[in-house]
Design a protein around this ligand. Structure first.
Ligand code: ACO
Length: 157
């Protein structure tokens, strides 16, 4: 059985702990995570009883939902789980009646920008200085500073 076949995805129940260890891989700010986790549904990927991935689907308005956070446990990255969760987010957003799904990532997150565009998201806007304005510590990635948030979106058909 492949890893992806062994993976199940469900919305986190109120009696399950929020997987902060994973969420912090995508977003170093615990206070921002707590802020956007309200008015969101947190989905987790489970393999053999262990939570190995997470995404946060956040309600923006009747039309639009945003994937605020997506992360895969380090030892399982690069095996298709991120793709599985992003495709699942599209299905969940459609089922909930949203027409637009958006996702944002840093100017320095080349791999994520590649993945999101490969899966049909298109760049819509740049939130200038989002990371320098909202995070206490400077963030460096791939040898450059992460300053701006690149917002991507896809229309759900
Ligand atoms: N660098 C380079 N390539 C990458 C990266 C990366 N960081 N992430 C994904 N890719 C590429 C893979 O090489 C693969 O390419 P291919 O299809 O040509 O073979 C493709 O994207 C799909 O990869 P998956 O295996 O499906 O992705 P994965 O399971 O690793 O999940 C994720 C991607 C969620 C970004 C994961 O690497 C991760 O948790 N990273 C740390 C946290 C993070 O950065 N989260 C996103 C922040 S933005 C936000 O949360 C809205």
């Amino acid at each position: 059985m492949t890893l992806l076949n062994k993976t199940s995805i469900h919305a986190l129940n109120s009696n399950e702990a929020i997987p902060y260890d994973l969420l912090l891989l995508a977003d170093p700010s615990r206070s921002l995570i707590d802020a956007y986790s309200s008015n969101s549904v947190i989905y987790v990927a489970v393999i053999e009883g262990a939570i190995t991935g997470v995404y946060v689907l956040h309600h923006i308005n009747r039309e639009t939902a945003e994937i605020k956070n997506i992360a895969i446990a380090k030892e399982h990255q690069g095996q298709g789980l991120g793709t599985l969760l992003l495709n699942n987010a599209v299905i969940q957003a459609k089922e909930k009646g949203y027409n637009i799904l958006i996702i944002g990532t840093g100017n320095s997150s080349f791999g994520q920008l590649y993945l999101y565009q490969k899966l049909g998201f298109e760049i819509q806007e740049i939130r200038m200085n989002f990371f320098t304005d909202n995070y206490a510590e400077p963030i460096y990635e791939n040898g450059i500073q992460c300053k701006h948030m690149i917002m991507l979106s896809q229309t759900l058909k």
